[in-house]
Design a protein around this ligand. Structure first.
Ligand SMILES: C[S@@+](CC[C@H](N)C(=O)[O-])C[C@H]1O[C@@H](n2cnc3c(N)ncnc32)[C@H](O)[C@@H]1O
Length: 241
């Protein structure tokens, strides 16, 4: 019988934020297909999981996915498409042998995770592929918790924005938002700070770096984070007054 492909959210970093279901599945599945964004094969998801589940007896298949933008509805960068295709081929051969395969992914799989691109590629090749998604604690909720602030209350509108968007697109989205969560801020902090200043929102912004980890920092004055090297694990919450 064909195995199942499990995409499992592993939370924002603190292994205690892994769900019981994720731990159970990680213990049970012997084949871990681990995404890595680095040439050296290092994986943040694997690091989180290793704090709780033993790797003994597991086959760890590490696969590099290039960190390049994907624009939905447009042609995908060939290097990215190739990485998805190769991943799908390896996973398909494991599933065909009856093995279950687990794909641990940072935060929650439904939010900017490569796991869903792999699912789409698998389903394109075989629509009967068995897929199961296990939600995880997203960096969105974790960052709000670190800053001890709500994301939305009453009739407030919450908007999630990749900070890598062009300025005009960000301004458009900000107009719709009572609360905005910016992800992928680490390389564009200075540009984002200038934009928020011009929108009069600088004092409403909180930056959370490495939420849930021992060395997390909550920047209540985001000007202080400018000009510094900010960790990839950084999320900004902007709440209108
Ligand atoms: C590719 S997205 C993945 C999001 C993930 N699927 C989730 O649900 O949190 C990566 C972004 O998540 C955010 N992020 C991930 N871990 C974080 C953490 N521990 N603290 C703050 N932000 C984090 C950062 O904005 C980072 O650029």
């Amino acid at each position: 019988m064909q195995g199942t492909f499990h995409v499992v959210g592993v939370g924002p970093g603190d292994p205690q934020l892994l769900t019981l279901k994720a731990v159970q599945l990680l213990n049970r599945c012997r084949t871990w297909f681990v995404p890595s964004a680095f040439e050296n094969g290092g994986s943040m998801a694997l690091k989180i999981v290793s704090g709780v589940v033993s790797r003994e007896g597991k086959t760890i298949l590490s696969h590099r996915f290039p960190m390049k933008p994907v624009h939905r509805g447009q042609e995908v960068d060939p290097e990215v498409a190739d990485a998805w295709r190769q991943a799908a081929e390896t996973i398909t051969s494991c599933l065909a042998r009856g093995e279950d395969v687990i794909f641990p992914t940072l935060g929650d799989p439904a939010i900017y995770s490569t796991g869903f691109y792999v699912c789409e590629t698998l389903l394109t090749h075989d629509p009967e592929t068995k897929i199961a998604i296990v939600p995880g604690v997203s960096a969105i909720g974790a960052s709000a918790a670190s800053a001890a602030m709500p994301l939305c209350l009453g009739d407030e509108r919450l908007v999630v924005i990749p900070a890598t968007f062009a300025d005009e697109r960000i301004r458009e989205m900000l107009r719709l938002a009572d609360v905005a969560v910016f992800m992928k801020v680490h390389k564009v902090m200075d540009r984002l700070v200038a934009l928020l200043e011009s929108e009069g929102l600088l004092d409403q912004a909180v930056l959370v770096e490495r939420s849930s980890l021992e060395d997390q920092i909550v920047w209540k004055d985001i000007r202080q984070a400018c000009g510094r090297e900010i960790h990839y694990f950084s999320t900004m919450v902007v709440r209108r007054g």
